[in-house]
Ligand binder design. Structure first.
Ligand code: UD1
Ligand code: CA
Length: 455
């Protein structure tokens, strides 16, 4: 096969999104819209990718910074799809393989569809192959005009079409495979004598036909694959399709989803075998979950790395945290960013952690706030413990060493260090370091006034 490059058209604003954000950067199952055609192109072996940017060019460029296979062509004014490709041409100078042309706002095209398109293009020895679909309602799309031999002879836009042409159901998806040399010479010669006064990429078909070069159509069965996103209704429809695809691939890979219809997994989420996910669970931000875990209903997990045999109980929220093996969390616990829980840690209900490392086997079973702390192994944190980490100006650390037993209702006024195997009596406000092996008790002595009620 010839080498493959891709041009992704993404200069348009997306007015119908009614958004401050350029259309192709709108998130869809955890990745901006434009990532979908881009990764489909990569999976179809495109080795060079040019993204044509215009509106909010910097936002798009920044998102892909550091991707060596992507370059950017700036199209300052959106003079049409043909003009957009012409803007990309200088970046592919000397390339003489096949060019895939994709739209940044068409997210559901599968890589295998692009591979079929490329294969069809080579088999037919075509100069241009258009990906087409047959739509019950083709309104708005360019129509595919064919001769008796089934070769494509033109694409006519809705606004330029005769009533006869408008009756054609086969539409232009806006996705093509084109021989590079022909493409770049053709787009350099495009006019704009049409209803929209734009340089139409679709005019390259007529130009190829004039040069006796062959143009083919490759029709796909599922029109969803070429659905473009113009507004937020279509964005939600595409998200539903993607979510179903993601969930099905997780299930086929050995993950139990008790209710796929309410399971929200981002693209790129990794989940190990025999993990069970309950209803209404949301997992996002490139999270990784190991094997044999149980994620109970209503859990929200963002940007976390979770080991094996972990239980996340109902209603817990985990953000940017690392959880090792056999940890139990929740119900209704909140791990905030920078939490790391080593093996067999137990975090119970209404416990909040932030920038905390907890050693093996340690427990905070109820109603606790641990922030900016390092907790050793086999530590018991009693109910109602609070690290007072903030003095109104800066944050301070609490260090609790191995084997410490913290009674209920204890406050640690940081910075403070609790030596190993010490015991903090219930109700103590700790303001000074505690040496290893000691008892720290800091509370008022109880006074009983007998007979007081009767008086
Ligand atoms: C185009 C096709 C039409 C096809 C339809 C499929 C032409 C002339 N028409 O329609 O046959 O049925 O796609 O959706 O090509 N873009 C730029 N720069 C521009 C113009 C567009 O980058 O100057 C980008 C847009 O951001 C978008 C894509 O190209 O991602 C398609 O543009 P759009 O305006 O939606 O396509 P149409 O011209 O309506
Ligand atoms: Ca247009």
């Amino acid at each position: 096969m010839k080498s493959i490059a891709a041009i992704i058209l993404a200069a348009g604003k997306g007015t119908r999104m009614k958004s401050k954000l350029v259309k192709v950067m709108h998130p869809l199952a955890g990745a901006p819209l434009i990532e979908y055609p881009l990764s489909a192109a990569r999976e179809a072996s495109a080795t060079q990718i040019v993204v044509v940017i215009g509106h909010q060019a910097e936002a798009v460029r920044d998102h892909f910074s550091g991707c060596g296979d992507i370059s950017f062509a700036l199209q300052e004014q959106q003079n049409g799809t043909g003009h957009a490709v012409a803007c990309a041409a200088p970046l592919l100078q000397g390339f003489n393989g096949n060019v895939l042309i994709l739209c940044g706002d068409v997210p559901l095209t599968k890589a295998e569809t692009l591979r079929d398109l490329l294969q069809h293009h080579e088999e037919r020895q075509a100069t241009v192959t258009v990906l087409t679909a047959s739509l019950e309602n083709p309104f708005g799309y360019g129509r595919i005009i064919k001769n008796n031999a089934g070769e494509v002879t033109a694409i006519v836009e809705e606004k330029d079409a005769t009533p006869e042409q408008r009756a054609i159901n086969e539409i232009n998806s806006g996705i093509y495979c084109v021989a590079a040399e022909f493409l770049f010479s053709a787009v350099s010669r495009l006019g704009s004598d049409n209803a929209q006064g734009e340089q139409y990429l679709t005019d390259i078909i007529r130009m190829a036909v004039e040069q006796d070069l062959s143009c083919a159509a490759h029709q796909i069965a599922d029109p969803l694959e070429v659905m473009g996103i113009n507004d937020r209704v279509q964005l939600a429809a595409a998200e539903a399709v993607l979510r179903q695809r993601i969930n099905e691939s997780q299930m086929l890979a050995g993950v139990t989803l008790r209710d796929p219809a309410t399971t929200y997994l981002d693209r790129g989420t990794l989940i190990g075998r025999d993990t069970v996910i309950g209803p209404n669970v949301h997992i996002s931000g490139q999270s990784e979950i190991g094997e044999d875990c149980l994620i109970e209903p209503g859990a929200i997990i963002r940007g976390c790395r979770i080991g094996n045999r972990v239980v996340v109980k109902a209603g817990s929220v985990l953000e940017n945290s690392i959880v090792h093996d056999a940890v139990s969390i929740g119900p209704m616990a909140h791990l905030r960013p920078g939490t790391e829980l080593l093996d067999e840690v137990k975090i119970g209900n209404f416990v909040e952690t932030k920038k905390v490392i907890m050693g093996k086997g340690s427990k905070a079973s109820h109603l606790t706030y641990l922030g900016d702390a390092s907790v050793g192994s086999d530590v018991n944190i009693g109910c109602g413990t609070i690290t007072c980490n903030y003095d109104g100006v800066s944050k301070h650390r609490t260090v609790i060493e191995d084997g410490v037993f913290v009674g209920s209702d204890v406050q640690f006024v940081a910075p403070v260090t609790i030596g190993n195997n010490s015991l903090i009596a219930a109700g103590t406000t700790v303001t000074e370091d505690v040496p290893p092996g000691s008892l720290a008790i800091g509370r008022c002595r109880q006074v009983n006034k007998e007979g007081w009620r009767k008086k």
